[in-house]
Design a protein around this ligand. Sequence first.
Ligand code: PLP
Length: 466
Amino acid sequence: MALKKIMLEEEEVPKKWYNILPDLPRPLPPFIDPQTREPGGGIAPKIFPKEILIQEFSQNRWIDIPEEVLEVYKIWRPTPLIRAIRLEKALRTPARIYYKYEGVSPTGSHKPNTAVAQAYYNMKEGIARLATETGAGQWGSALAFGCMVFGLKSTIYMVKVSYNQKPYRRIMMECFGANVYPSPSDKTEAGRKILKEDPENPGSLGIAISEAVEDALVNEDTNYAIGSVFNHVLMHQTVVGLEAKKQMEMVEDYPDIVIGCIGGGSSFSGLFWPFYYDKVSKKAPKELEILAVEPTACPSITKGEYTYDHGDTARITPLVPMYTLGHDFIPPPIHAGGLRYHGKAPTLCLLNYTGDVKTVAYNQVEVFEAARLFIQTEGIIPAPEPAHAIKAVIDEALKCKESGEDKVILFNLCGHGYFDMQAYSDFLSGKLLPYEYPAEKVKEAMEKLKKLYPWLEEVKRKYIGA
Ligand SMILES: *Cc1c(COP(=O)(O)O)cnc(C)c1O
């Protein structure tokens, strides 16, 4: 009898995070300071605690999880690994499908895995408050939770349209004790400047990042925290994959394919890195396929260019080596708010470039169709982001049906969709559109970037080698 829910004991929560940097197929290209055109971290030392900066560039493969962080993890960890038996049956596939369910966390996604750790290190270094941005509210609620646990204040700049349209995430943050401001706000120079020019500005993630970073730069007792893309964030998420590996061992199975959605790439990296480590250390019992899924509306990897670009619209961050759609990319209004970032994590981009990770893109209509089948078989309503992974899982399982292969598919169900009922309502009433981001627009953005930094090709050749 196959187990449906594969559970670990509390003391089996991993005690170390896995860091992929020493195991990458080639060294990660550095950040570039656009002023000097040389490697440099820009403002990072002024807005992050020392321990986070050490972790960001560490070449140590294993990093101890502090005892205090482990204690908080145990509020919801270990999380279940679930065999999708009913979905398998509905598809009549010989494939075995497993999912790691991160929706059981206090905020309903994987994000507290890093928020708690970041709040802890800031608290240890005497910081009183953290500032951050949030779009739909997943990251803001995770950071507000982490700050609450370690007695820090939190200030969340929430993109104004979401603040007005999605009040429940804001209320959740306020329950955790956060101050939430609609961005652009009158709390920062950056916000005031935009409001003066355009009082009706609906806000964007880029603007909200500028406000949160300014808050951290101006106030001595305040730091900034980020929810994805950076190495330290992805590393904190490896508790997901390390647990999943133990759980697969319990049922004597091992994945042929690991699948996840990618916004910045943290939840998926958290799942696949430990399996990638098996592969590079020649411990994997099988050839491993790693498959990332992005929306056709925001196709950073499938349509973007591997180059250097800013992480934010206001160009505050250094130049980051990544696949990008251009830093002033304006995302079409798709419901997967967490998948609307113009770039992706540098490690994930490198692994795509070397062919170790493959990426596919789906439009939101086919994605919600897949989510509906998942809901009606497994009973859990997924967030629109992991619904992208579910679409890829179903396609892979159907390929197995055709070929008769009994592949093992593992994916990250990185969040539930119980705050996303408007998205499901729009889907059910046929209002969703299958957005495709035009290749032409990517080309325009890349030309603009090269005009802005005429030396970009040279820097790219030198550090990326492409
Ligand atoms: C934030 C978020 C994402 C996208 O971010 P990643 O860093 O790629 O994981 C995906 N799913 C959910 C549920 C999120 O909250």
